[in-house]
Every structure is written in C-alpha cells, then in structure tokens.
Design a protein around this ligand. Structure first.
Ligand code: SF4
Length: 219
C-alpha cells in the first residue's frame, strides 16, 4: 500500500521559534535541577552558590551589585548573604564607595566553594560536544544574539558581554577575527565573544544601539 504523503507535520508543528523556546525551557530545567543538586551536596542553596561563583569572578561586591549580576531581588540577596556569613563563607565590611552599604567578600573556604560552583553548568558541555564545530559556532552566535535581545528588554542582567561593551569594536577587519577588544587591544573572532568578561564596561544606550546595527551588517 502506498504510504499517505499528507503534510502531516507541516500542519501539526508549532513554528520553529516556539519549538526552540520549548527546547530552551527543557535545557533551563536541566540547568536548574543540576544547580540545585550540586548546591545541596555543598550544603548551599542555588542562590548562595551563584553568589559565591560571582564573588570568585568579580571580587568584593555590594548587595545591589550582586542583585544586578544575578537578576535577583535585594531581599533575596540579603537573606542568602546572611546565611553565607553564618556559614563563614563570606564576610561583610563597609563599602568605601557608599557609606551606608556593605561589601561582601568570600572567605578562603567561600572562594573554594565558589570556584566549584562556577563549574556547575559544565555538565552541559558534554551535550554541546555532541554538536559539530559548525553547529557549535551557529548555536553560539544564536545564544549571544538572544541574550543581547533579552538584556535590552531588561530580562537578563546586563553584564559581561562583548556585544554591549564600550571596548567592543565590531567588524573592524576582514578575516576570521573581524572584531576587536580595545581593552586588551586584541582581535576577536565571533566564536570568542565573551559572555562573562570581568573587564566589561557597559556602553551607553546610544552606543549599544550602534553596536547592534554594526553587528547586524555583514562583515
Ligand atoms: S573588555 Fe571584555 S567584554 Fe569588553 S570587548 Fe573586551 S573582551 Fe569583550
């Protein structure tokens, strides 16, 4: 019998954008579950682990800065920091920049835990390794673009990304490394764009718009 060749899935499939969103949701759940499990093993909450991971990367920060980095409210940060102080994983000292604020700093034990917490998302690297180099490059370019769009909507903390950085110079030369970082004065390939650079300096609204337009143009 001849197989029916109706466009069955064409009629029944959601648009690819929706399917990508569903896939990202599943990846997000896996990340969340792993973070929760690893944090539990270390006797921390996931937020406490994320705070330590950020402090290892960025050094001493105020509660407000921690909230901005993690996209978490100040009361949640305050509760988590209090718990970390009790566990002797961070200390608080006056912030010389703001007389009424405190600086949160990791202790030696907190730094060691923070370094381990930074590795929590690494389980995902095994799945990413299943992609070919070309698929990884395309995926990374898509991830960078999506995060930037969400940042501009205020849905993801604005920090660390080349594409919103005052030092970023897109498409300044031909070849495999068309972009440039003016901070270290070095060329950058698309696959080397950073998502969590400690030297990131947020460009002004107008400059970010210009960067977006420059990046959208073919190199
Ligand atoms: S300072 Fe960091 S975020 Fe800014 S362009 Fe250079 S590498 Fe990218």
């Amino acid at each position: 019998m001849t197989a029916k060749r109706l466009p069955y899935f064409e009629e029944r499939s959601e648009p690819i954008a929706e399917r990508i969103a569903t896939g990202l949701h599943k990846l997000g759940l896996a990340m969340k579950q792993q973070a929760w499990l690893r944090a539990n093993e270390e006797g921390l909450s996931a937020t406490q682990g994320q705070i330590l991971a950020v402090l290892v990367m960025d050094g001493a920060l105020s509660g407000k800065e921690l909230g901005e980095r993690l996209g978490v409210t100040l009361p949640t940060i305050s509760d988590s920091v209090r718990a970390l102080v009790d566990k002797q994983l961070v200390t608080k000292s006056p912030d010389p920049r703001h007389p009424r604020a405190s600086l949160v700093k990791p202790t030696k034990k907190g730094r060691a835990l923070g370094a381990r917490a930074r590795a929590w998302p690494e389980f995902m690297a095994g799945a990413v390794a299943e992609l070919s180099p070309a698929e990884q490059s395309a995926f990374y370019a898509g991830v960078v673009k999506m995060i930037r769009a969400l940042q501009e909507q205020g849905l993801v903390p604005v920090s660390g990304m080349c594409v919103t950085c005052a030092y970023f110079r897109p498409h300044v030369r031909a070849g495999g490394s068309p972009h440039h970082c003016a901070f270290v004065d070095a060329p950058l390939a698309a696959a080397q764009l950073r998502l969590d650079c400690p030297e990131h300096a947020l460009a002004s609204d107008g400059a970010r718009q210009t960067l977006r337009e420059q990046l959208a143009q073919p190199g």
